[in-house]
Design a protein around this ligand. Structure first.
Ligand SMILES: NC(=O)c1ccc[n+]([C@@H]2O[C@H](COP(=O)([O-])OP(=O)(O)OC[C@H]3O[C@@H](n4cnc5c(N)ncnc54)[C@H](O)[C@@H]3O)[C@@H](O)[C@H]2O)c1
Ligand SMILES: N[C@@H](CCO)C(=O)O
Ligand code: NA
Length: 435
């Protein structure tokens, strides 16, 4: 049986499990691949660093470039833009198939790296980069290649779902829930990428690129994270029978000139507790897809963590290695759709607006007038009145849910309501999906 040389770059949360599986399941992987997958080395910063997974010391090296030379398959699990990007280019130049989970890099350089791999006839695979263990990219690229996707909507960041779920179910504090997500290996090396929505935005760009056959990068994604979501927002959502989730959404929309485009966005979103995505707890991910002929599809599974992510990596490794065994070119990406990215201002959505106002005659009328001026229709309104604090008149907490309207009109409504002298503070503005 043929032997293929596999080089692993990085041995952290994911890489350590990939190495363990390559070593422990070598015979089974060989049977499935038709070749033995020999782990020839693991590039790390510190070979002697303590690791949860015990691996032979002799496999470790600090010379990643040397390791890449001569490899048949290179698995990049270092993360970050550099040296990961350069090493992937060197791997392709050296004739290796590449498997990576590095969404931060791919969301910026996917078209260029795909073109390099295509030109060389090599496979570049990155199933682990989006929704961890869920085989979502394979599904979009292969199973839906004869259909037309109209919308993709999902929970694609485990860390933020873990935090929002803990705040909702146990009343946990944001910082404590984040620390636990880091301890469990869900968070990025710098968790800012998770909580500011950038990790989900990178995944949204990759999902949009494959779903709409057009290159989208991070700069095309409207991105809001969860750092502004307060315990009060979570409690108010709960009172209203709703839940807050960080959603990544890419959909076909009509642009301001009437032409079709794609809006890609990530933001905290209010969902009814009856919505299937509301039942996605902990670090789990789920992705909804709407396609013209298939209709609605939904996929659920572990989106983060070393072992689940390693499963997606190994799937890509076996698939790439099989192609090396049977021969033939790597898969070519189709990026021929050529639809443009449209700004979030052009989407149709609905808002939930929370505010504190004076509790006096005419307040509601003044607010309703502004909604009318912008052509925004109110679907529901709820008022809670608080007794006067020392030195303050009575105040009222108001929460409006609008009917669907154009984002630009909804945002302008919020700004004009904010300027009303009777409005003390806009406490939250959240988009609502699926109502
Ligand atoms: N952890 C997850 O749940 C998860 C899920 C999907 C995708 N990913 C992606 O997989 C990749 C790895 O994630 P992780 O959680 O295992 O990260 P990690 O920080 O735990 O591990 C990174 C490893 O790379 C090594 N490394 C980094 N820079 C290096 C350099 N310059 N030279 C040599 N070694 C270097 C580190 O020593 C470490 O062993 C990232 O791109 C991440 O976004 C992670
Ligand atoms: N930090 C990412 C890892 C999986 O890509 C998350 O929390 O989802
Ligand atoms: Na995946």
């Amino acid at each position: 049986m043929k032997t293929l040389k596999v080089a692993l770059l990085g041995c952290g949360n994911v890489g350590s499990h990939v190495a363990r599986i390559l070593l422990d399941d070598a015979d089974e992987l060989a049977a499935r691949t038709g070749a033995r997958l020999e782990l020839v080395g693991i590039a790390v910063r510190s070979p002697d660093a303590p690791r949860d997974v015990q691996l032979p010391r002799g496999l470790f090296t600090t010379d990643a470039e040397e390791l890449v030379r001569g490899a048949d398959v290179v698995i990049e699990l270092m993360g970050g833009l550099e040296p990961a990007g350069t090493l992937i280019r060197q791997a392709i130049a050296g004739g290796a198939a590449v498997v990576s989970g590095n969404k931060a890099l791919l969301a910026r350089q996917l078209p260029e790296l795909s073109a390099l791999a295509d030109t060389a006839g090599l496979q570049l695979s990155y199933e682990a980069a989006v929704a961890g263990a869920i085989p979502i990219l394979r599904l979009i690229r292969d199973s839906l290649s004869g259909d037309r996707v109209t919308k993709v909507m999902g929970i694609v960041n485990g860390t933020t779902n873990y935090i929002l779920d803990a705040m909702d179910s146990t009343g946990a504090q944001f910082a404590d829930a984040l620390a636990e997500a880091q301890r469990l290996g869900y968070a990025e090396a710098d968790p800012t990428a998770d909580i500011e929505g950038l990790d989900a935005a990178a995944k949204a760009a990759i999902l949009a690129t494959l779903s709409f056959h057009t290159p989208f990068d991070l700069g095309d994604v409207h991105c809001e994270g969860i750092t502004g979501v307060t315990a009060a927002d979570v409690a108010a959502a709960r009172d209203a029978g709703m839940v807050i989730k960080l959603l990544a959404i890419a959909e076909r929309v009509e642009g301001s000139g009437g032409e079709e485009g794609i809006c890609v966005r990530v933001h905290p979103t209010l969902l009814s507790r009856d919505h299937p995505l509301a039942a996605v707890h902990g670090a789990f991910n789920a992705v909804f897809i709407e396609a013209e002929n298939a209709g609605e599809l939904m996929f659920y599974g572990q989106g983060a963590g070393g072992r689940p992510t390693a499963s997606a990596i190994l799937g890509d490794v076996v698939s790439a290695a099989r192609r090396v065994v049977v021969g033939g070119r790597g898969r070519t990406e189709t990026t021929t759709g050529n639809v443009r990215a449209v700004p979030i201002d052009d989407i149709q959505t609905s808002y939930s607006i929370g505010l504190e106002a004076k509790d006096e005659t005419g307040v509601l009328a003044a607010i309703a007038r502004i909604f009318t001026e912008h052509g925004v229709s109110i679907e529901a309104m709820r008022q809670t009145t608080h007794p006067a604090d020392a030195g303050q008149t009575d105040s009222a907490t108001l929460r409006f849910i609008t009917h669907t309207g154009r984002e630009s009109a909804l945002a302008a409504t919020v700004e004009d309501v904010r300027r009303l002298p009777v409005v003390r503070e806009i406490t939250s503005v959240l988009r609502v999906e699926g109502n």
